[in-house]
Design a protein around this ligand. Structure first.
Ligand SMILES: [Zn+2]
Ligand SMILES: [Zn+2]
Length: 242
C-alpha cells in the first residue's frame, strides 16, 4: 500500500483517474473525468439568463424573479456551470476530500470567464470561507476552501491580491436550512474586520463554490458596499438553477 502522502502527491501530478467512476482514459488524463462521465455531467444551454445572477430564464426578461424582488447588492454573478445531480456530487467530493481531478473538471472554462473579468479592472478578490464537516469536528484542521482552485486561476490571470476583510459571526452552516432561514441567517452572518472598516477596495471579486440562493453572497456584498466598495462580482463553479 502506498503511503497516503505519496498517493496524494501522485494524484496531484498525475490526475489519471476519473473523479467520478475511477476509470482512466484520455479525457480523465486531461480534465479529471472520463469521457462517459463528462457527457453525463453536461447541462443544456438555456435560451436566456438573468442579467444579475445568470440563472437560466425561459423568457427574455432582463432579470429573474429573485433578483427583481429584493435588494441585490452584487453587480453580476459568473458561474462556470449550472448544477445538475452529477455536478453536485462532484462538488461534494471536492468539499469532503479536496480531490484534485475533480477540481480540474469543475474549473473548466474558467480562463474564458477570467479574461472577460480582466476587462473590469478588479482590485482584489475574497474567498468566502465555507465550513466542512471535518473542520467542525476538528477545529485544529487547516481551513480548507473548495474554491481555492478558483483563486489560483484568478491570481494567475487577473493578478489581483487576495484580501480577507470579512469575518463570520456565526459558524452555523447554511446547509440544511430552508430558503427563508438562509436569508434570515445570512443577515447576521458577517462582520467587517476593524482594519477594513470604510476602506474596502472599489471593485471586488467574490469567489465561492456554489451560488445557491445568493443569500451569503448578497449579504457579503452589502457589507462590502457599506464599507467603500462600489461593485462586487461573483465567480462560482456551480449555480443552482432549479
Ligand atoms: Zn468516469
Ligand atoms: Zn437573477
Amino acid at each position: 500500500m502506498r503511503p497516503l502522502f505519496f498517493s496524494r502527491l501522485l494524484d496531484f501530478f498525475f490526475p489519471l483517474l476519473c473523479g467520478v467512476c475511477g476509470g482512466e482514459d484520455f479525457f480523465s488524463l486531461k480534465i479529471g473525468l472520463c469521457k462517459r462521465c463528462t457527457y453525463a455531467a453536461k447541462t443544456s444551454k438555456p435560451a436566456y439568463r438573468c442579467n444579475k445572477c445568470s440563472s437560466p430564464l425561459a423568457l427574455p426578461f432582463s432579470v429573474c424573479g429573485f433578483c427583481d424582488s429584493r435588494n441585490i447588492f452584487f453587480t453580476k454573478v459568473f458561474s462556470l456551470r449550472d448544477r445538475n445531480d452529477l455536478l453536485g456530487e462532484l462538488l461534494n467530493k471536492l468539499k469532503s476530500n479536496n480531490e484534485y481531478p475533480v477540481s480540474i473538471f469543475l474549473s473548466l472554462g474558467i480562463r474564458k470567464v477570467l479574461r472577460e473579468l480582466n476587462t473590469l479592472d478588479l482590485d482584489a478578490c475574497i474567498l468566502l470561507p465555507s465550513y466542512s464537516k471535518n473542520r467542525i469536528f476538528n477545529s485544529d484542521l487547516k481551513p480548507f476552501s473548495p474554491s481555492s482552485r478558483l483563486y489560483e486561476e484568478t491570481k494567475r490571470i487577473l493578478k489581483i491580491p487576495l484580501i480577507d476583510p470579512l469575518m463570520k459571526t456565526s459558524a452555523e452552516r447554511q446547509a440544511g436550512k430552508s430558503f427563508s432561514e438562509r436569508f434570515f441567517h445570512a443577515y447576521s452572518a458577517w462582520e467587517i474586520k476593524p482594519n477594513w472598516k470604510d476602506r474596502c477596495p472599489s471593485k471586488i471579486l467574490l469567489l465561492d463554490d456554489v451560488f445557491t440562493t445568493g443569500a451569503s453572497v448578497n449579504e457579503a456584498s452589502r457589507i462590502l458596499k457599506k464599507n467603500g466598495t462600489e461593485s462586487v462580482y461573483v465567480l462560482t463553479y456551480l449555480r443552482v438553477s432549479d
